[in-house]
Write a protein that binds this ligand. Sequence first.
Ligand SMILES: *[C@@H]1O[C@H](CO)[C@@H](O)[C@H](O)[C@H]1NC(C)=O
Ligand SMILES: *[C@@H]1O[C@H](CO)[C@@H](O)[C@H](O)[C@H]1NC(C)=O
Ligand SMILES: *[C@@H]1O[C@H](CO)[C@@H](O)[C@H](O)[C@H]1NC(C)=O
Ligand SMILES: *[C@@H]1O[C@H](CO)[C@@H](O)[C@H](O)[C@H]1NC(C)=O
Length: 565
Amino acid sequence: MVSKLLVLSALFSLAFAKPTARSMKVREARESVPGGYVRTGPAPADKELKLRIALVQNNPDGLIDALYAVSTPGSASYGEHLSKEEVEKFVAPTAQSSEAVNAWLEQVGLNATTVSPAGDWLSVTIPVSKANEIFDADFAVYTHFATGKQAIRTMSYSIPASLEGHLDFVHPTISFPSPNPIRPVISTPLGGLEGRAIEPLASCSTSAVTPACIESLYGIPTTKATQSSNTLGVSGFIDQFANQADLTTFLNRFRPDLKGETFTLQTLDGGQNPQSGSQAGVEANLDIQYTVGIASGVPVTFISVGDNFQDGDLEGFLDIINFLLNESNPPHVLTTSYGDNESDISRSLANNLCNAYAQLGARGTSILFASGDGGVSGGQSQSCTKFVPTFPSGCPFMTSVGATQLTSSSGGETAASFSSGGFSNYFATPSYQASVVSSYISSIGSTNSGKYNASGRAFPDVAAIGTNLEIVVDGSFGTVDGTSCSSPVFASAIALINDALVAQGKSPLGFLNPFLYANPGAFNDITSGSNPGCNTNGFKAAKGWDPVTGLGTPNFAALKAAAGV
Ligand SMILES: *[C@@H]1O[C@H](CO)[C@@H](O)[C@H](O)[C@H]1NC(C)=O
Ligand SMILES: *[C@@H]1O[C@H](CO)[C@@H](O)[C@H](O)[C@H]1NC(C)=O
Ligand SMILES: *[C@@H]1O[C@H](CO)[C@@H](O)[C@H](O)[C@H]1NC(C)=O
Ligand SMILES: *[C@@H]1O[C@H](CO)[C@@H](O)[C@H](O)[C@H]1NC(C)=O
């Protein structure tokens, strides 16, 4: 689209005798409006847009090499996590890139604010008319038919040719907001809240799972952790608030030895954590109760991301990582029970976010996410023809956690049928999982062929119990299902191993996957069940790694021994 706009802006430049006529190059374009959206009119010329500009990082490959070097057991620098400054050295744009972009911004009369610690993200607030002019764009109003959601987007935009290799991309531009924003991945909202008979303290039945049950299932000790520097972060989004009174009720019932334990609060993007019972969130309460209640004595921080997010369609997913990257001591473990469909996020954004996980991993943070609750059909069950990978599970630099369920009270586990798993369309298979993934793919022959991307990063990496976890919300007891249950449980086991490591003066585990795949014997291998979806039986759990339960559920003693403590 060499447009009228280009011609107009060229004339405009001449008329106002700007120093140089611009030679523009299309940076990103999409062929069609995404499904469900229609263009409903031009955007008001004076409407202010908050655009973020990603600068090209000076050495992203160096960051990834450094990440693997500190995260791969046996490597000479295993455990020698990078400082904030060391990470920023890889990520910061070169002086040349900053100067080129800033000179151009000045030339077009804009002031940018730096919004990431390393300076690789800038933010500008400009009216639509100006954005159309400087990016040769056509910002218009697009409306999502089913939800009424509106967004101002453009089908393409350009940057000065001289900025290629300096200015990476501009956001939000061609990437449309997901009609279904990031969601907690809880498959059954909450069962039996009213008048439920409260399960006995150590209950472990196929209809109720408690902390004591999980501890006996995986051999997780109840001894209190001792290291105050070893923090476990719990992400909170979309006004899901974690309630302290409910946590107290939960602990009094299920972990009386942890009576009085609390969590601390951090907020960003205007986040809050109001404490009235009616505002307690099922997801947030679940996440807090099964971290404080399992990671005995580990300091837990609830990180509440508000609605004033600065990262466009990402609803705080990038903001929270930049927020933690800006800390000198980010948490050793971060668990998140929210997700999206991979295809709802553009490749540029997915790459950028995945790179941010690599940065935080290099700093020594283990990043865990729930894999999703729609089996092979995505974050939530939906109709589909091809399998729908979830985000961010397709990113190779985080740990994706699937779900199991009990087959007997004595601890038999099978895959939970909702456990999302499969293969990314954006990220290739990383070497740490290549051999187990290729064995699995060979073992299933032509099953599901054409429905998944066999060269993609495969997930989940691991699993943990995800059905009938008993929680407290607004004073009442009930049970929940979902990979939302599994991520906090697995994260808690890792946090306890980190406590032992830190107590011995060792580094925490950091980015987990190379360590996990090097120790397949440290898991309870789940070999039955499957994750149906898209009118198929999905994938089958099998001996070894599989795209339903990954390597399996934690065998705490074996994992701890593998970590050398
Ligand atoms: C940019 O910042 C400078 C100095 O802070 C100020 O004088 C100028 O008016 C600003 N320009 C715009 C377009 O906001
Ligand atoms: C990083 O934190 C400092 C305070 O410690 C703050 O002044 C600064 O704005 C933060 N930077 C970013 C990009 O968030
Ligand atoms: C994934 O996308 C599909 C189709 O666009 C939608 O129906 C579904 O709700 C989405 N799931 C999530 C978790 O966003
Ligand atoms: C399959 O995955 C590879 C590796 O990430 C990617 O390059 C390719 O584009 C994907 N194919 C499709 C059809 O998405």
